[in-house]
Design a protein around this ligand. Sequence first.
Ligand code: SF4
Ligand code: SF4
Length: 342
Amino acid sequence: MFYQEKCTLCGECLMKCPYLAYSEEKAKVEFRKLMNGEPSPVTAECITCAACNMFCPEGANPFDLINDRQEESGTFVVADQSIGMLTMASQLPSEVIQGDPGKPFLHLCTVGDFIPGAIEGQLFDGLSKIKGGDYFCYIGWIHLGRPGMVRDNAQKYVDNLANTGAKEIICFHDDCYAMLTSKVKDLGIDVPFKVVHLIEYLRDYVSVNQDQTHKLNMKIAYQQPCASRYTFEKDQVLDELFDLIGVIRVNRKYDRQNALCCGGPMVAMQNISQETVEQWRMKNIMDAKQAGAEAMVFLCPLCVLPLRGRAKAQGMEPYILSNLVRLALGEELAQGGAGKVF
Ligand code: SF4
Ligand code: SF4
């Protein structure tokens, strides 16, 4: 939610945006236009990474205003194919696979099968699993400039999860966690179950199973998903997890506050060329390599798909986070670290 009363029109959000990088003067002018509901090039140029919500020194959530203006103005044009894919996501067959009584539920949204091997092994033994269109969290619609879809479906999403009877739900997908802990708060929706992020679950699992965990002694670059902008507090928990498994997160330009989008949302945008998307992806990959990373670690399966091959080609082994932890637990990764054996 954009907090207009907090905004001082300082322009920081649009100046720090890596994709727009406006001058101070232009940033102030264009943000005022957005506030007033006047046409601004920002609505067509913003790639919906949500980073400016973190850049704003006042906590005003500028991206939420930009995203609303994108929807109102219709100037954010995306491929029909992308709209079709997200529409289909909410129509996928749904399933609740019962695990051991008393254990938490693992919420896979519609992305649980994207990376083969990512939810295997002792970490997930006995957990009930929730997946399919009834449990699709809708956050992806912000990347198509349709935040109204998130608002309109939030209550149904929470109700569907509550109807599984789960008391505690671990979110495998960062988007779902952002929806359940941030977006629903904006909408005043109660969540009648405990929500745990996968990172938190992995940190706690490793903490109580330290005798089984060996240090990986590996330098990694982390690819932060856009949804983490809504729940950045868990970044500290991620550092604790990395410490427990002996992983050094290299200092690089495009991490934490300055993380770059994986490029997925840009692919959907009709006014951005494939060449431009590729340039941004390679900036990210080469930054990781130059910082000395031996491996690239992903949280979101949707970031894995476009970047795993590019990371591997630059000598960095790709891992989805759960697989990195499985490696530290001594498990064999038959499908590779990121669902593909290169
Ligand atoms: S959401 Fe990302 S691309 Fe859009 S203005 Fe904010 S920082 Fe820039
Ligand atoms: S939203 Fe925040 S960063 Fe952007 S102009 Fe307002 S106060 Fe400044």
